[in-house]
Design a binder for this molecule. Structure first.
Ligand SMILES: [Fe+2]
Length: 396
């Protein structure tokens, strides 16, 4: 595929990255470079059970003036963030370290963004009626993922939600929120159970493919997104099947997830993440599961509508490149490669036993409303409500 002529694009900053087995041991020294009183945000008890939390806190106790440990559960809500911020202020925290899955990283990112602000976090969340623009003042933030999915260790936003009939799932966003440091240690990822590996991995792959076909993609994000897909495809199924304690396999998927974060931050996301926002605010369903269950049918509908539009050749060629990569068949025509892509995604969905939307209480009666409130300005083609309903219907 010949590159297009360069047009204008922007790049957000990147975190300093420390990648590799054992890189977790760098944390105390890295934290000291930024402050003297860190707040450590963690989630699951499995991280505590591994003994790494007590090692980290003990080490921080030796090299800092003291620390605050805060455990968070579930996806971050405005109340969770405000309470953690109040505790951090009382303890005089000047740095935040988050060790955990995407929700924990998002929680730590939001706390680091709010420690120097005077209003509750809800005022700064996109789409609120009384939205207040954040000025970017924050304390340094170190992100240490224990799952490979959201890429939050590389993005400029924190997703905050309140689930319910008047619920929402929206971002706290500013270019300054990109973590100052990301530490990706594959040894931390080896305890992730299969269902979590599937859902978080499919989130990362969705982010790579949506950034790859986004109308806002640039040569820079294309390089990262395609490279991320290569690493992901090499190891994802092994990570789900038998790669639980294989650092190299876990490392491939973790690196792909990091690249997905950089790519989405700079190129945007498509319709699957549009659904993730609308469905995630109304139903208690993990973000990764929404991505895993909708990616195949959303890709199929995007390809169909691109073909019907008669002007989607660029995006179709990009989908075809992913189809050739997945099938390892470079001789395929664009049409066959696009079909191969959809078939492979559907095969993954079946093989990996991805849950349906109906498992989370979503039924026919919800489809029309969800289709009406779902938006995506970075999808490669505009989808009308009929197309959106079709995607949801296929996965009830
Ligand atoms: Fe995502």
């Amino acid at each position: 595929m010949l590159p297009e002529l360069l047009t204008s694009f922007s790049l957000h900053k990147l975190p300093a990255l420390h990648f590799g087995a054992g890189s977790f041991s760098l944390l105390p020294e890295l934290a000291c470079r930024f402050g003297n009183r860190p707040m450590v945000v963690t989630g699951s008890r499995s991280f505590e059970a591994s003994g790494r939390l007590s090692w980290l806190l003990h080490s921080l106790g030796r090299v800092s003036a003291g620390y605050l440990h805060r455990r968070v559960e579930g996806e971050p809500s405005p109340e969770m963030i405000d309470e953690a911020v109040a505790a951090g202020r009382r303890a005089g925290c000047d740095t935040v370290i988050a060790v955990g899955g995407g929700s924990v990283i998002d929680a730590g990112k939001a706390v680091s963004a709010m420690l120097l602000q005077e209003h509750p976090v809800e005022r700064y969340i996109e789409g609120r009626d009384d939205f207040l623009e954040h000025d970017g003042r924050k304390v340094p933030f170190i992100a240490v993922p224990t799952t490979s999915g959201t890429g939050s260790e590389a993005t400029n936003n924190s997703v905050i939600s309140r689930v319910g009939s008047d619920g929402f799932k929206r971002s706290l966003r500013h270019p300054a929120f990109v973590p100052d440091v990301a530490v990706i240690d594959p040894e931390l990822l080896c305890t992730a159970p299969r269902a979590l590996t599937v859902a978080s991995g499919m989130d990362a792959f969705t982010q790579l493919i949506e950034a790859w076909v986004s109308p806002f993609a640039s040569p820079f994000t294309d390089l990262l997104a395609f490279s991320g897909m290569e690493y992901f495809i090499r190891s994802f199924l092994r990570a789900c099947r038998d790669g639980a304690d294989d650092h190299a396999v876990r490392g491939d998927v973790a690196y792909a997830a990091f690249l997905s974060g950089v790519a989405l931050c700079n190129a945007g996301l498509g319709i699957v993440h549009g659904f993730a926002s609308s469905i995630g605010g109304a139903f208690d369903i993990p973000h990764g599961v929404i991505c895993a269950t909708l990616l195949a049918d959303a890709t199929k509908e995007n390809i169909l509508q691109l073909r019907l539009s008669g002007s989607g050749q660029r995006a179709l060629s990009k989908y075809a490149a992913v189809g050739r990569l997945l099938s390892q068949r470079p001789e395929l025509s664009d049409v066959c490669a696009c079909d191969m892509l959809v078939e492979t995604l559907a095969y993954w969905q079946h093989e990996l036993e991805v849950p349906r939307l109906g498992n989370y209480g979503i039924g026919m009666e919800h489809i029309t409303h969800l289709a009406a409130v779902t938006r995506s300005k970075s999808n490669p083609v505009e989808l009308d409500p009929d197309s959106l309903r079709k995607i949801l219907f296929a996965r009830l």
